[in-house]
Design a protein around this ligand. Structure first.
Ligand code: FMN
Length: 246
């Protein structure tokens, strides 16, 4: 193929292929490995996750068979226990071993570049607002109180489910966590990582008899602005709306 006719996506894919004759050389700079935990300078309030179910419930096979993208939600709230279960299923720590804290969804190199923010529209027991999930402490951090569903809907190309959902997941990536090891190839892994997380959210929501739809169509910079990330070191990569199906 004529390289000059390729778009930036084609070039990215070509340029980031692993090739036997040109594998990246040199070891990892362990002294400068970025932390897999984001520390926020401010917090209005913390909400520890509710006790979590790790047994029983809908079988995996039923959840796989029933999973569907749901885009119409009733105005019923979800409970904080349900939200806790969804967060834990996607990003909870499930094993501490060999110096790692492994999470429920897999991650290339166990580097965990993905951060979870939540636009809470209607969740019992916690205020409407914007939250960040603190993985290490297993708690939600309230960043800003207020209604962000409408802005997120507008940033999401007017997809109304984002305003009607009880809660929207907004996943960002801290690129350097992954680049530290994989250099430019990191973006491939970031999107694979968040894809796993999205599917886990779908299955967990289905198991709780909730509806879910993930969203890749959004104005990136507008989503970045809503959650307060710079769009370069930390980038918005994927959204997920959850609520009671209508
Ligand atoms: C990466 C990705 C991005 C998506 N983005 C959107 C979106 O922006 N809006 C939407 O309504 N659905 C979106 N979806 C949902 C798909 O449309 C849906 O998965 C597809 O139609 C198959 O239907 P199912 O999920 O019910 O099996 C997305 C799904 C994926 C995996």
């Amino acid at each position: 193929m004529d390289r000059r006719r390729e778009g930036i996506g084609d070039l990215y894919h070509q340029e980031t292929k692993y090739r036997r004759e040109a594998m990246p050389q040199g070891g990892l700079d362990w002294a400068h490995q970025p932390s897999p935990y984001k520390e926020l300078a401010y917090a209005l309030k913390h909400f520890p996750l509710r006790p979590l179910l790790q047994k029983g419930g809908m079988s995996l096979w039923e959840a796989v068979a029933q999973r569907r993208s749901v885009r119409e939600f009733s105005n019923q709230s979800i409970t904080f226990s349900e939200l806790s279960q969804l967060i834990w299923s996607t990003q909870g720590i499930t094993l501490r071993a060999w110096g790692y804290e492994f999470r429920a969804s897999p991650s290339a190199g166990a580097l965990y570049p993905i951060e979870t923010y939540l636009v809470v529209n209607r969740v019992e027991e916690i205020p409407v607002g914007l939250y960040h999930y603190n993985v290490k402490e297993a708690q939600l951090t309230l960043l800003k109180e207020g209604h962000y569903g409408h802005s997120l809907c507008q940033a999401g190309l007017g997809q109304e489910m984002l305003e009607e959902a009880a809660c929207d997941f907004v996943w960002t990536a801290i690129v350097e966590r992954s680049k530290w090891k994989y250099r430019e190839r990191a973006y491939r892994y970031i999107y694979m990582d968040v894809g796993h997380i999205g599917q886990t959210l779908y299955l967990a929501a289905t198991a709780l008899n909730l509806g879910c739809c993930t969203v890749g169509a959004f104005f990136d910079e507008e989503v970045d602005r809503i959650i307060g990330v710079d769009g370069k070191d930390e980038i918005s990569v994927y959204l997920g709306a959850v609520g009671h199906p209508q």
